[in-house]
Design a binder for this molecule. Structure first.
Ligand code: DC
Length: 224
């Protein structure tokens, strides 16, 4: 069977990672959460008080960052490690979410992350989700999906996810964060979020997880 690259781009909290994980599991592919890389870099910058408006400081800081995805035998999923520390859960905090779009807009940060992402896809058999995977990271990917969903639905989903970990969080905070990230991600100068011309749009506002999976696996099977 032919191995391909599947890219899943779209707005925040559209269900990209749920779909990407299901596809990777079914196909025996590697799932890469590119957003986790930008979150891990942001976490490092926050912890080490890196002034990310200073490009020299950013360049120096990036030299000290090593990012790896390692499989977790128990959950059967890969988790992200920042300099050998498992940061899979801490990077989901609102503290990181509030700054990640600013950090992800920095040229040096994007060059650093994109180079690693392209390496991870060298032998194909990869499902990668993010914002610029079908446009910049793998413009020649065999299958590109662009996910959208009604903003109110996205806020509701994200709120449920975050509330389980932090019951003090409010729906207004989550809404403000999503709106801010969508705006910055789609208006930045380098690799803004946009649908690649050859991407297939998947609006999952009224689709169940099963329906969105079936839609995509059908497309995949036509290609492998
Ligand atoms: O997918 P996520 O919400 O975990 O991504 C976190 C942030 O990282 C998001 O607000 C924008 C940025 N990002 C990006 O700029 N490019 C990507 N390929 C993935 C994420």
């Amino acid at each position: 069977m032919k191995k391909i690259i599947i890219t899943i781009d779209g707005w925040s909290s559209c269900g990209k990672s749920t779909l990407a994980k299901q596809l990777a599991k079914k196909l025996g592919y590697v799932y890469i959460d590119s957003g986790a890389m930008y979150r891990a870099i942001t976490l490092y910058f926050l912890r080490n008080h890196v002034d990310w408006t200073d490009s020299n400081e950013v360049t120096e800081a990036l030299k000290n960052i090593s990012i790896e995805f390692r499989p977790n035998e128990k959950s059967q999923q890969s988790e992200i490690f920042l300099n050998d520390e498992n940061v899979e859960y801490v990077i989901r905090d609102l503290v990181v979410a509030e700054k990640v779009s600013d950090v992800a807009a920095i040229k040096e940060v994007r060059n650093f992350a994109v180079a690693q992402q392209q390496k991870m896809g060298e032998s194909k058999g990869v499902v990668m989700d993010g914002r610029d995977i079908g446009t910049t990271v793998f413009p020649d990917a065999e299958l590109k999906i662009f996910m959208t969903a009604d903003p109110a639905k996205r806020v509701e989903r994200r709120f449920k996810e975050l509330y389980d970990k932090n019951p003090n969080i409010t729906i207004e905070e989550v809404k403000a964060n999503l709106e801010m990230r969508d705006y910055i991600d789609s208006h930045r100068e380098i690799s803004p979020l946009r649908k690649a011309d050859d991407a297939i749009e998947l609006d999952n506002t009224n689709r169940t997880e099963k329906e969105q999976y079936e839609f995509t696996i059908k497309l995949t099977k036509e290609l492998i």
